[in-house]
Design a protein around this ligand. Structure first.
Ligand code: SF4
Length: 486
């Protein structure tokens, strides 16, 4: 799949990433009856997590769960979903089976598999191997920094393109710290041409891995009235329709239906709707049947939600008010992040580009992502030049041997009997082995020695050169060494 903008044209629709194909087959592998049940379970769970009145009604009358669900047009035999809805008499001494729970779990298992596949699809043979290795290090680092469960939820898309500036929605909890809306990327012939050329350059540099990308960040997609037209360009060039996440899905139904039709046309990533108030949840449920929304995740961000908010961006320093008891108004205690890109954050309006990767929000990185480099571009050539330059500058093919190494920021170092332990807030990793391991740990922890010096000192005292080099490389590849180039 080689070519240039000036000659051979990529036909990306012939190179669809496996995760998109897999996602398409998820409903196809279910019977119509199973799909209907899944759609109704999904809506039931949305009401349970997003509608306080429904939740309380159910809690007070678990034995009338089916009727309560029916009052919301749901057709479910909830005794087949959870023991919570079985009377103690029915459960006693029996081993109840929950076929609806099995159906739901298998559906969720498929979605989790899709997520893992999407993360793998961010590596492509077209991309510079140095970029692939860098991205792998960021994946490893985030897993260690945030813990396996949170880390596993991040798909590390390689591009996010913003098509507007700021956000008109203004959520108090915006973990990306979106500023007020300032305008959108107009659909002028010049802008369309820059957009298309930028996408072409991205595809030239990264091939099918670009299909993991999306077209919003700290922005609301619907704020650009031509968002869907830009998305159509994206599909023409990149080969798939990217994910959309909108908090104003009921603002313009024509728009929402058009998006859903574009998704139905195929080669599309799933889209999501953020629910920021009870009216949006009610309207969305009224306007679309459970079956119509079965493939759209609803993110419960409303105050009636049973979930708290991530601590990052606008909420990084927020002190929970003791008077407000609702979970949806609380900010979770530990710092977090909702950032996902390990690659490039592009503002088409400002013509800026940043090399970023997710991290726990902190004083240094309040928005929950590291900025490894940033620049501007006037045209697609500049855009490509920034990317290739950033790869050369920030993504060595292996651990540089002549620069001091240190454990990454945020890791606590501790010696133990046969080596050392590195721990973050979310995980701990033990390194043990030959005698040299403990000394190697000490030298890296000092943060002043280069790998060449560490290898030299340890080999002089009798360590095996391959063992020392291998351990240093492993530490680097697994994201334990700081790789921010300053
Ligand atoms: S959470 Fe989304 S919709 Fe809300 S302010 Fe941030 S970017 Fe805008």
């Amino acid at each position: 799949m080689k070519g240039t903008n000036h000659g051979l044209k990529y036909i990306m629709s012939n190179h669809i990433i496996p995760s998109v194909e897999f996602h398409r087959t998820i409903p196809e592998r279910r019977t119509p009856d199973e799909l209907k049940k899944i759609a109704h379970i999904k809506r039931f769970l949305e009401l349970l997590t997003g509608d306080r009145k429904f939740r309380e009604q159910l809690k007070a009358n678990p034995d009338q769960a089916d009727q309560i669900a029916k009052s919301r047009a749901l057709d479910l035999d909830l005794k087949k979903f959870s023991s919570k809805f079985q009377t103690p008499l029915v459960c006693a001494g029996q081993d109840p089976e929950f076929p609806l729970a099995v159906l739901w779990r298998e559906w969720i298992d498929d979605l989790i598999k899709f997520r893992s596949m999407l993360r793998e699809d961010g590596y492509s043979s077209t991309a510079d191997p140095r970029f692939n290795a860098w991205r792998k290090r960021q994946v490893e680092r985030t897993n260690s920094e945030m813990g396996a469960v949170r880390g596993d939820a991040i798909t590390h898309p390689i591009f996010s393109f913003e098509l507007s500036k700021g956000c008109s929605v203004g959520c108090w909890f915006c973990a990306l710290g979106a500023k007020s809306f300032e305008g959108y990327y107009q659909r002028t012939p010049k802008n369309v041409s820059l957009w298309r050329e930028t996408l072409n350059t991205s595809v030239e540099l990264f091939g099918s891995a670009v299909q993991t990308s999306f077209c919003y960040w700290a922005t609301e997609p619907f704020d650009n009235p031509n968002y869907l037209d830009f998305l159509q360009d994206y599909k023409d060039i990149v080969g798939v329709l990217p994910q959309t996440t909108s908090a104003v899905s009921t603002r313009d139904l024509v728009w929402t239906r058009r998006l859903m039709d574009m998704i139905k046309a195929g080669n599309a990533l799933p889209s999501r709707f953020s629910i920021i108030n009870s009216k949006t949840l009610r309207d969305l449920h009224r306007m679309f049947s459970p079956e119509e929304l079965v493939r759209n995740e609803l993110l419960m961000q409303l105050k009636e939600s049973s979930y708290g908010k991530a601590r990052a961006g606008k909420t990084l320093k927020k002190v929970n008010s003791p008077g407000k008891k609702e979970a949806g108004l609380q900010v979770n205690e530990g710092v977090s992040s909702i950032a996902c890109v390990s690659g490039y954050l592009v503002s088409m309006m400002d013509r800026t580009i940043k090399l970023v990767s997710p991290c726990q929000a902190s004083e240094q990185w309040p928005m929950g992502f590291r900025i490894h480099d940033e620049g501007t571009f006037g045209d697609a050539k500049d855009f490509g030049a920034f990317i290739t330059g950033s790869i050369s500058k920030h993504m060595p093919s292996s651990l540089p041997i002549d620069k001091p190494v240190a454990f990454r920021n945020g890791l606590a170092y501790e010696q133990n009997e046969n080596g050392f332990i590195l721990s973050s807030q979310a995980s701990a990793h033990s390194f043990t082995g030959d005698e040299f391991v403990a000394r190697l740990g000490d030298m890296v922890a000092e943060g002043i020695h280069s790998p060449a010096q560490i290898v030299g000192a340890l080999v002089d005292s009798g360590a095996d050169i391959f063992g020392v080099r291998g351990t240093l490389s492993d530490l680097y590849d697994k994201g334990f060494l700081e790789d921010m180039v300053v």
